[in-house]
Design a protein around this ligand. Structure first.
Ligand code: PBG
Length: 324
């Protein structure tokens, strides 16, 4: 009878052995929790396509940030839903009345020891739903850059610890770095959504913040899902422009891209486990078709194994509980 000489199964024989040889450790320290804050006073409004996630009033947001902190989550990322949208997304740059600025001040006043990041983009704030200024039905890159710098500075002034530009405008990191430095925020880091694909996985998010474009799509600025070499070029530019951390988004369909960026650059690397990835897990779990805890931890571990140092995920609170 044939007997194998090599037996990898030996090291899988007990949980103790498996623990000892485990190569990837998922930890609550890796998690960043994305949250939606709305101008409305109503406590929380559920987001149908993202079960368990809510549009939160400022008051409710503060409570939720406290809860995230008590679970050991080190960072949150805020998205704003403004009372009024206009063609240039004015609310996002409004020091006094902007939804993000008010939310930042409220959180910073009441919670310490939590890193608060903000998404820097215009699609949640413009009435046309595009990520910048529109000229001839095209997002005008250079006109948008000044506004992005203005928005980032306004966020920093209101207390943002990290700004995360997500609009995929050419030169956005340099423009924001210059703006921040000129305003005295040279210590504020930039987490750049360096490699962001034009993805159908953002569908539920666009319901959550009503940011679907009113006409056209985002194909002229977000990346083609078929491209990986181009991701290196995008990342390279952001590194040169002064990004402190890089991000790949979405995560699951782009694990290969996470891996190649990790191998090429020394900067801390984040991956965004986006709304559509979350919605699929939730829908299947609600039907009893998958084991939610097991599949979520497997997904997050796979993103980490691919090379992500940090994971932005709507599963953050559940994962923190399961890991704790
Ligand atoms: C843009 C932005 C988007 C997401 C994060 N920042 C949407 C888009 O590009 O259309 C998507 C996040 C998710 O799907 O969870 N401000």
């Amino acid at each position: 009878m044939f007997k194998p000489y090599f037996r990898p199964r030996r090291l899988r024989g007990s949980e103790e052995l498996r623990r000892m040889v485990r190569e990837t450790q998922l930890s609550v320290d890796d998690l960043i929790y994305p949250m939606f804050v709305t101008f409305e006073d109503k406590d929380k409004t559920s987001i149908p396509s993202m079960p368990g996630q809510f549009q939160l009033s400022i008051e409710q947001l503060v409570k939720e940030v406290h809860e995230a902190k008590s679970l050991g989550i080190p960072a949150v990322l805020l998205f704003g839903i403004p009372a009024k949208k206009d063609d240039v997304g004015s609310d996002s740059c409004d020091d006094d009345h902007g939804i993000i600025q008010r939310a930042l001040r409220a959180v910073k006043e009441s919670v310490s020891g939590m890193l608060v990041m903000t998404d820097v983009c215009f699609c949640e704030y413009t009435d046309h739903g595009h990520c910048g200024v529109i000229k001839n039905e095209y997002v005008d890159n250079d006109a948008t850059l000044d506004l992005l710098a203005k928005q980032a500075v306004s966020h920093a002034r209101a207390g943002a610890d990290v700004v995360a530009p997500s609009g995929m405008m050419d030169g956005m990191v340099a423009a924001i770095r210059t703006g921040l430095d000129e305003a005295g925020f040279e210590a504020t880091p930039i987490l750049s959504y360096a490699v962001k694909y034009a993805s159908a996985f953002y569908g539920p998010f666009r319901d959550a913040v009503a940011s679907a474009p009113k006409f056209g799509d985002r194909l002229t600025h977000q990346m083609d899902p078929a491209n990986a070499s181009e991701a290196l070029r995008e990342a390279e530019l952001d590194v040169e422009e002064g990004a402190d951390m890089l991000m790949v988004k979405p995560a699951l369909s782009y694990l290969d891209v996470i891996r190649i960026l990790k191998e090429r650059y020394e900067l801390p690397l984040a991956a965004y486990n986006v709304s559509g990835e979350y919605a699929m897990v939730k829908a299947a779990a609600q039907n009893g078709w998958v084991d939610e805890k097991a599949i979520t931890l497997e997904i997050l571990t796979s993103i980490k194994r691919a090379g992500a140092d940090m994971i932005l995920t709507y599963h953050a609170k559940d994962a923190a509980r399961w890991l704790g």
